[in-house]
Design a protein around this ligand. Structure first.
Ligand code: HSE
Length: 432
């Protein structure tokens, strides 16, 4: 049986999961795939990460990525260090050395996919990235293979486990954002530095990859309109629930005919929507295609074993091609890049909104707010003032009918400058 040699760079949570999977499931994989996987070397800059590596399973243990990249016996480099650099350099050097690459690096792919895939195409090597979006959920393969014949209207979903865990805990237990984040960190769900997650950037990087595959657009994650979850309070989740909604951080790509809208933000969705039932660190991606109709992909969006499962799938796929043909598939998978695809301006989005104003409870306040909304062509669907505290601060909640985002922003800016407004108004978009 042909043996395919792997060099694993980055032995953090996911890297360890891949190491364990090769060792524990290696024989089963060989039987299934007809190819033997051999871990030739592992690399990490932190000596603590390399502790306990069994040299019988993995002869090369090093802190130098170059040692693996330059090793002529290695067929596939698995990059699991994340971030832009040195990951970018490692991947490009591996490609130029003729090695196939497997990566989970959404930040890098979302920023530099063109350069990476052009280099891979020139060299005739694979770059596989199933683990970059949705952890263990096979979303990349589904879009590129099973669903490739579809014209998509929508691809949207919950693409970040940390924020979904936090919002679920705030909704179900009434926890504050801070306490829910602390629990997520204690459970090992959130990173020590959760900025990428709570700011929505991690989800934006993933959306950038999905929208390249599904709609052919080249929009780096950092250019996608992104709002995180830090301004959402437990009261917003309670209010939403009273009106029959839950709040989720959604990543949305929607082609409405007049352009593709890409955005990541907290969103009110009806409680009966399937995504409302996606709790904790789970992820789910909805796609709507002209052939398949609606399809939902659901599963663990993060974590050692689920993410390792996706990385292993990529490794085995490449290994299978190498064992069977000795070279990559003749139909080298193309990315569906469409430079002419029109993007929709966020200001032209037309959707309903949830607004939480913090006001002084006194005559004329509601009239003041509603007249500015009306001046800006925003129509009110429901209003509620939950507390009565004459002369004191209270929340007023307004749900609007579908309104233009640009008009709403103008109205909120004006309202927030009024003397009875005591805190920045919380605006959450609604998807029906
Ligand atoms: N930190 C991410 C999440 C997983 O919480 O979903 C890696 O992208």
């Amino acid at each position: 049986m042909r043996s395919v040699n792997i060099g694993l760079i980055g032995l953090g949570t996911i890297g360890r999961g891949v190491y364990d999977a090769i060792i524990q499931n290696g024989n089963m994989i060989s039987r299934r795939a007809g190819v033997s996987l051999s871990l030739k070397g592992v690399c990490d800059r932190d000596p603590r990460a390399l502790k306990g590596i069994d040299k019988r399973h993995c002869p090369v243990v090093t802190d130098s990525a170059d040692e693996l990249i330059k090793d002529p016996g290695i067929d596939i480099i698995v990059e699991l260090i994340g971030g832009l650099e040195p990951a970018g350099d490692i991947i490009l050097k591996s490609i130029s050395g003729g090695k196939h690459v497997v990566t989970a690096n959404k930040a890098l792919l979302s920023a530099r996919w063109k350069e990476i895939f052009e280099a891979a195409s020139r060299k005739g090597v694979f770059v596989k990235f199933e683990a970059s979006v949705g952890g263990g959920i096979p979303v990349i393969r589904s879009l590129r293979e099973s669903l490739v014949a579809n014209r998509f209207d929508k691809i949207y979903g919950i693409l970040n486990g940390t924020t979904n865990f936090i919002l679920s805990m705030m909704a179900d237990k009434g926890s504050s954002f801070k306490d829910a984040l602390k629990t997520a960190q204690e459970k090992g769900i959130a990173e020590a530095d959760p900025e990428l997650d709570v700011s929505g950037k991690d989800a934006a990087h993933k959306l950038s990859i999905l929208s390249l595959l599904g709609f052919g657009v080249d929009v780096p994650g950092d250019s996608i309109f992104t709002e995180g979850i830090t301004s959402i309070g437990p009261q917003d989740l309670r209010n939403a629930s009273r009106w029959g909604y839950s709040v989720k951080l959604l990543a949305i790509a929607r082609d409405s005919g007049d352009g593709l809208s890409l955005r990541v933000h907290p969103t009110l969705i009806p409680s009966r929507h399937l995504l409302s039932g996606v709790k904790g660190e789970d992820n789910a991606v909805f796609v709507k295609g002209d052939l398949v109709g609606e399809a939902l992909l659901f599963g663990k969006g993060a974590g050692r074993k689920p993410t390792a499962s996706s990385v292993m799938g990529d490794i085995v796929e490449i290994a299978g091609h190498l064992a069977n043909t000795g070279r990559p598939s003749p139909v080298f998978p193309k990315l569906n890049y469409d430079p002419d695809k029109k993007l929709k301006d966020m200001e032209d989005l037309n959707i309903p909104f949830y607004l939480r104003f913090t006001v002084i409870d006194k005559p004329g306040v509601l009239a003041g707010i509603s007249s500015v909304l009306s001046e800006n062509k925003i129509s009110i669907a429901s209003v509620s003032q939950e507390e009565r505290k004459s002369g004191k601060q209270v929340p007023v909640i307004i749900l609007t009918h579908s309104s233009r985002e640009g008009d709403l922003r103008k109205a909120i800016q004006k309202i927030d400058s009024m003397d009875f407004i005591k805190a920045r108004t919380v605006v959450i978009r609604i998807e029906e």
